[in-house]
Design a protein around this ligand. Sequence first.
Ligand code: SF4
Length: 375
Amino acid sequence: MMLRRSAASAGRAAGLRRRAAPPAVRCAASATGAEPRAPRLDERKVLHAEIASMSKEEKRAPRPENVEGSFFVDKTCIDCQTCRWMAPDTFSAVGLQAAVTKQPETREQRVAAMQALLSCPVYAIHTTQRDPQELKEAQAGLPRPWHTEAPGVYHCGWHSEASFGGAGWLIVRPGRGNVLVDSPRFSPALVKQVEALGGVDYVFLTHKDDVADHAKWAAHFGAKRIIHEHEATAEQGTDASEVKLAGEGPWPFPDGDEDLTIVYTPGHSDYHCVLFSARHKALFSGDHLCGVEADAAHWKLDSRLFIFEDFNWFSVPEQLESVRKLLDYDWLHVLPGHGPPVRVKDAAERLKAVGDLVARHGTPVAAAPRIRPTR
Ligand code: SF4
């Protein structure tokens, strides 16, 4: 099945390209007073080389940065950020990796820390006091409801190393069939919980990086995968996706659900797309857009936006233009593949958040390249 954009949407896209540049506003100081933490490619390469050179025993040793207690992070942490926004009372960034900077005290904090342990893509989180009841509760709580403002949206947890710890999201649509956005690990415990929530009818893949176990999810549930035709590859098996998007959208959802729109957001990769849910006022943003964290600060859900400039495989200016294009949609929640989620309280805060992001990067959008690699 191939979806193409309509003439109306083509005209709309052309109009978007003529949009004036946003007002030059300066980046607001962060809520914590700390600067946004910007993971760097060169530092990550050094970190990964260090991990690769360690002995097995050394790899599984606790980082000295952990505070004393039952939970700890070992030296194989790849800094995917997951634990820090899943269990922010317990984990923070210290140096280039995560650490337990406060041991969980309440049952709620212990279960959240256990869910982070289950979701760590490289099994770098451990506890010396594993309570079977808490483990059961942690497993039963994934997928985890995202926010009271967006009932029916769940964070799956169980991140996969194959997508560098990318998040998967589940949209539950009673009577219509559920949508999985990007791919969590195909863990039997997660599959069982997803079955209880009604299974999966569609797997929407934002782009080529975060496809992980897409084939297993699609095969188990008989789900249709959706991906842009130029993000599909033979080596990842996404060329077998049942729905391929062509052109530049926006595209209606294949089953006609008017609440869902697929939006073309090139920049991180050349044919990246995001999914907008009008009902939930949520953007499922893949690697296009996410939130901010700071070193050694416990993360809190807020309105600050972030793009991984150092992990960009196509064009940062084009990515920023794609972010501005999203101002055409009424979203309050940004639910990313990588990095923490975002919540803005209204349209004014959304406009300010986008303006701050663009001003912080200081890149003239008009300079965006228009030449894509030949395929
Ligand atoms: S989830 Fe695991 S790999 Fe990711 S930041 Fe936490 S400890 Fe590191």
